[in-house]
Ligand binder design. Structure first.
Ligand SMILES: [Zn+2]
Length: 146
């Protein structure tokens, strides 16, 4: 759900955070799958796998449903969103690990602040080199607004 601009944390909140061991193991395995590689169907399967693992860890009795809209090779993932009433995350646009994590955190009940902080830091811990190169190129990591 879009919020006012002022609600949106405009900086990646890089902060020390603790994650469950199972979450870190899941992310490590997800990284080994090379989530950005493969056909669209192959990439979808990897993101579905990630959600299955996270569902088991965080939402064992109330799995969030993952659906895909129109996926693209470029652009952004900004129209992805979580629909609370249907407990469904819809990913669309470019495949984005940060966005997938961001929306999952909303499905866990997180507000925008929690969703950004959780997704950015879990991404940073899992993909430290990618994260560093994004930062050094001046990319602002924007974990979207919905
Ligand atoms: Zn959000």
């Amino acid at each position: 759900m879009p919020r006012s601009r002022n609600d949106y944390p405009d900086n990646p909140m890089v902060a020390p955070m603790r994650f469950k061991r199972a979450t870190l193991n899941t992310m490590r395995e997800f990284k080994r799958m090379r989530p950005w590689r493969g056909t669209e169907v192959e990439k979808m399967a990897k993101f579905i796998w990630l959600y299955e693992q996270l569902n088991e860890i965080y939402l064992p009795d109330n799995h969030v449903i993952l659906e895909f809209g129109r996926m693209t090779d470029n652009g952004d993932s900004g129209s992805s969103h979580y629909r609370p009433y249907e407990h469904t995350v819809r990913l669309q646009g470019k495949f984005s690990v940060i966005t997938a994590l961001h929306e999952f955190r909303h499905a866990m009940g997180g507000d925008e602040y929690q969703a950004v902080k959780w997704s950015v830091n879990l991404y940073r811990i899992t993909f430290p080199r990618l994260f560093a190169s994004m930062q050094s190129q001046g990319h602002v990591i924007r974990a979207r607004r919905s």
